[in-house]
Ligand binder design. Structure first.
Ligand code: FAD
Ligand code: FES
Length: 415
């Protein structure tokens, strides 16, 4: 563990605690357990040379299940050849943030829109950018994720809205494809209330890389006094030197002191590469911004080897050696599996041996799909970029990162 992002959600020797308060009710859509359904792609629209927007049609019968809070993501699974495994076909799961505000059509159907940026050498994003077309059907997980406004301006799914009597200021810092969840959040909060102001710092290498360029311009036209957009281009000279070059500590501080109304911000949304998100969090913390006001989403930890590293690893029970007894409850059914101590495997890896429907998406500790409550025993979490500190305190763990440290552990995916 080398990074300070863990300050907010530390990797932990988690332990059950009978005094842990029960989870508050009302998290609703944010914490609903996700499941996959086949959805048809109704449109593929090119955004830039290396990114596309993909729209999935959601039939009326599934519309409730695919209702979402802006900022959430869906996981997509697909069998694709893996060049790292000699072209062998295997199932890949990738998460993509939803980029549109939630809406329902007259016939009760709805849609999910995501944007996929081609990652050089990336299996799914390359395939999607080069081959995905309307008419194709993909397995899409129902929306999940906690990168959402605490102000509950949630469109379809939560009519209790923000206090409209007072002004609210939201600021987002995004880079590259990190704009995707911010699009959904900005579109929703700006439309929800005329007392909302939204400032966006959006960093890219060059103008040709800017995703949603027209949609962002539309937002500026629609809300000229409430939406402020600051493009920063690292490899192109803009008229203002402040908006040219990499966003480093100095540039960020100047931006916060000049163009952003930084002192009276209700919520901050950060989404981009690990280093940028960490820089902004550190800077805000240095300025005395309370951590509860800062939400962040990471698309990757920047270490590709950690992704999927432990999933599907063949491990067999050791008949003569020492095994850990892992018990888990999922959809009301309790199962158990033995895991050899010597294998030091994760709870998720072990549980998948006996229940292939155990939920996961990134397998890298960033998305939170594999979250479960530790009912008994102890575990060590290797990485945690997804759980809030209060969730860890209440006994939640990421099963894709949790290695048992006691002879027996029990987790509850339904809690
Ligand atoms: C919650 C969440 C939301 C997300 N939202 C979005 C979104 O809205 N839009 C978006 O575009 N992405 C998003 N992502 C990222 C997305 O899920 C994928 O990680 C991304 O598209 C890359 O997937 P891939 O299959 O193309 O790349 P992968 O095949 O997973 O490879 C990723 C990178 O690692 C490199 N790599 C792979 N194997 C190795 C190796 N052995 N050694 C060295 N390097 C290697 C590849 O070259 C590539 O650059 C999100 C991720 C999360 C967790
Ligand atoms: S599957 Fe994403 S955090 Fe575990």
């Amino acid at each position: 563990m080398t990074d300070q992002l863990h300050d907010a959600a530390p990797a932990a020797e988690a332990q059950t605690d009978s005094n842990v308060p029960e989870e508050e009710s009302g998290e609703g859509t944010a914490r609903r357990r996700a499941s996959f359904h086949p959805l048809e792609v109704s449109q593929v629209r090119r955004l830039t040379n290396d990114s596309i927007e993909v729209t999935f049609g959601v039939p009326a019968a599934l519309a409730d299940e695919y209702d979402y809070i802006p900022g959430q993501y869906v996981a997509i699974r697909k069998e694709l050849p893996d060049p790292n495994q000699g072209g062998e076909v295997r199932e890949v799961r990738r998460s993509y943030s939803i980029c549109a505000a939630p809406r329902r059509f007259d016939d009760g159907s709805s849609e999910i829109r995501v944007a996929v940026k081609k990652d050089l050498g990336g299996i799914f994003s390359t395939w999607a950018n080069e081959s995905l077309a309307a008419g194709e059907t993909l397995d899409v997980m129902s929306p999940a994720g906690a990168f959402i406004s605490k102000h509950k301006m949630t469109g379809l799914n939560d009519p209790s809205s923000i206090n409209t009597d007072i002004e609210h200021t939201f600021v987002a810092v995004a880079a590259g494809s990190g704009i995707t969840p911010i699009m959904a959040i900005a579109r929703t909060v700006l439309a929800a209330d005329e007392n909302v102001r939204f400032d966006l710092i959006y960093a890219n290498k060059a103008a040709m890389d800017v995703m949603f360029v027209e949609e962002l311009a539309d937002l500026k036209d629609r809300y000229p006094s409430r939406f402020a957009l600051h493009h920063v281009l690292s490899r192109e000279q803009r008229i203002s030197p402040l908006l040219s070059g990499r966003v480093d500590a100095e540039k960020l501080t100047t931006l916060l002191n000049t163009v952003i109304h930084a002192d009276d911000v209700d919520e901050w949304f950060l989404c981009g590469p690990f280093e940028l998100v960490q820089l902004v969090r550190d800077t805000l913390s240095g300025r005395g911004v309370e951590p509860e006001k800062v939400r962040y989403e990471l698309f990757t930890t920047g270490t590709p080897s950690s992704l999927e590293g432990n999933i599907g690893r063949p491990v067999v029970e050791d008949p003569s050696g020492k095994n850990v007894e892992i018990e888990f409850t999922l959809d009301g059914l309790t199962g158990s599996v033995k895991s050899p101590v010597s294998a030091n495997e994760t709870i998720l890896n072990a549980a998948l041996r006996v229940r292939p429907d155990v939920p996961f998406a990134c397998a890298g500790g960033v998305c939170g799909t594999c979250r479960a409550k530790l009912v008994s025993g102890t575990v060590e979490m290797t990485e945690n970029y997804a759980l809030e500190p209060d969730e860890v305190e209440r006994g939640y763990v990421l099963t894709c990162q949790s290695h048992p440290t006691s002879d027996a552990v029990s987790v509850d995916f339904d809690a």
